[in-house]
Design a protein around this ligand. Sequence first.
Ligand code: SF4
Ligand code: SF4
Length: 99
Amino acid sequence: MTDKEKKQSSIDDKLFKVKYVSDEESHLKPDAIQCLVCKSKVCTYICPANVYEWDEENKRLIIGYENCLECGACRIACEKKCIDWAYPKGTKGVTFKHG
Ligand code: SF4
Ligand code: SF4
């Protein structure tokens, strides 16, 4: 391993690592009727993990809940306050750890 590779490896080791264990069922459940009439679709740009995407063709949210960082921002920012939000069950969801 070169000095450069050793340095990079050491930086990587020090960075936070994020591990996901997906639940079978989404822990993020917006009210689809409210989403239809929502003007801002703020969830689609407030989320740091880009979990929400608006599907214009089918007029519905696509929710990549497996990537959720459980920060809670979408629940607070949602224009209609209509996200039924819960932590993933048991040991599911995201884990933050130092490498
Ligand atoms: S901000 Fe709320 S109401 Fe609007 S699309 Fe997102 S989840 Fe639905
Ligand atoms: S809790 Fe945070 S990371 Fe998860 S979907 Fe909402 S904004 Fe995105």
